[in-house]
Ligand binder design. Structure first.
Ligand SMILES: O=P(O)(O)OC[C@H]1O[C@H](O[C@H]2O[C@H](CO)[C@@H](O)[C@H](O)[C@H]2O)[C@H](O)[C@@H](O)[C@@H]1O
Length: 390
């Protein structure tokens, strides 16, 4: 198989916004009505043509790459500037408070959330890094606190709960270690979900029956499985090409590769970008996305965390039902795909975890993983009180 040619997979497009009314939440309770996002019909989306450069540092400096790297690693100063403010602490607080009017805290909006959830079945989707564990310098040490693990375990006893991460599925399972959850790794390109006997497995190509570590029957969905050799090749090349850049770290996330520059001196960021761009030039079926001080290389397929949410809802028998309220909590740009799916489908809502103002398709916000934990605990408390007839 020619893995470098561009002939088979659905070609993906970075999203283009459209509008739809929101049915899932009563309009007077919805905090924010954005200009409606739209997708063109059909699966085949178009991706902007990659700017052809010679892959030299000067090209990188002139290209949008470096801007995007800086933009995805916002300092307080930059964000405040974006929102038209200078960067004193007081002004940053004021800017955040103004932003909170548009994206209210999920903790302060608990009554509203409970009102919307009343009589509905909540399905919970959680991102990992920056949501359940704080962002740390070394991705290998992004462990989850025991208190957070207990909170996630408890919420999973009350509601179907899935983790959807950019990490490999095995890695995120290693960090979380809770059996009662569903796990999707590689930005949703590696999903281990429940088996629904009523649904034929071949409803989805690339979906197979398998067993999990405990021997339970599961569905394993890997829409990018044909890219595995290519991703491994790219991982090896990037390890080699970045090895001279102090602080750069390449992570193999199975169906995608992350190139971290959090510990790289700012003056060498262009060098990191240059290595990635040089490799990408040889792989037209791979594309780049930006995360938090990380460049991520992934297959050009029409699949993302939003599609993973839809897939899991279907596997759980929770799609197409007005009685279901999906909630997605995440902090990253890649989580926006999931926020968008919920917003456009008028079913449920996203909660952005951010201590800085950001444009988002989420409805609500939480400042940090600590607030995420409080929110999860509140959901459990509420569920228990309603089960007891409270
Ligand atoms: O989808 P997620 O679970 O949020 O994963 C996204 C990426 O998270 C990790 O990187 C980020 O967190 C690291 C640990 O805090 C941090 O060092 C890094 O700078 C962040 O970008 C993970 O290492 C990546 O593979 C994930 O894609």
């Amino acid at each position: 198989m020619d893995l470098k040619s561009n002939h088979s997979s659905p070609v993906l497009a970075d999203s283009v916004p459209v509008s739809k009314p929101r049915l899932g939440l009563s309009s007077n309770l919805v905090p924010y009505s954005p200009p409606a996002p739209t997708y063109p019909p059909g699966l085949y989306l178009s991706i902007p043509r990659r700017k052809v450069t010679t892959g030299k540092f000067d090209d990188i400096r002139e290209s949008a790459w470096l801007d995007a790297m800086v933009a995805s690693s916002p300092t307080c100063k930059k964000l405040n500037k974006d929102f038209g403010h200078e960067s004193s602490k007081d002004e940053a607080d004021t800017t955040y408070s103004i932003w909170l009017m548009k994206f209210p805290s999920a903790l302060s909006s608990l009554d509203q959330i409970k009102y919307n959830a009343n009589g509905k079945k909540i399905a919970l989707f959680l991102d990992y890094d920056g949501t359940l564990s704080p962002i740390v310098d070394n991705p290998d040490f992004a462990v989850m606190s025991p208190a957070m693990r207990a909170a996630v375990g408890n919420v999973a006893k009350c509601f179907p709960t899935a983790i959807i991460s950019g990490r490999s599925r095995d890695k995120v399972y290693e960090f979380v270690g809770l059996r009662e959850l569903y796990y999707a790794g590689s930005h949703g390109m590696d999903i281990m979900g429940p088996v629904r006997e009523s649904l034929p497995v071949n409803d989805h190509p690339n979906c197979i029956r398998s067993t999990d570590k405990q021997g339970k029957k599961v569905n394993l969905f890997q829409p990018a499985s044909e890219f595995l050799p290519m991703i491994n090749e790219v991982f090896r090349s990037l390890v080699e090409s970045t090895k001279g850049i102090d602080g750069a770290k390449v992570e193999n996330n199975k169906f995608c590769v992350s190139v971290h520059y959090r510990l790289v001196d700012l003056k060498n960021w262009a060098e990191v970008a240059c290595c990635v761009e040089n490799i990408l030039k040889g792989y037209p079926r791979l594309r780049l996305t930006h995360g938090r001080k990380v460049l991520e290389i992934r297959p050009v397929i029409d699949w993302n965390k939003g599609r993973a949410v839809e897939f899991l809802l279907e596997s759980l028998g929770l799609s197409y039902s007005d009685d279901v309220l999906p909630i997605y909590v995440g902090d990253d740009r890649t989580d926006e795909d999931a926020f968008k799916v919920l917003r456009e489908g008028n079913r449920g809502f996203g909660i952005l975890v951010s201590s800085k103002p950001k444009e988002t398709n989420a409805f609500y916000s939480l400042r940090d993983p600590y607030e995420v934990m409080s929110f999860l605990k509140s959901l459990v408390k509420w569920k228990k009180s309603t089960s007891l007839g409270g």
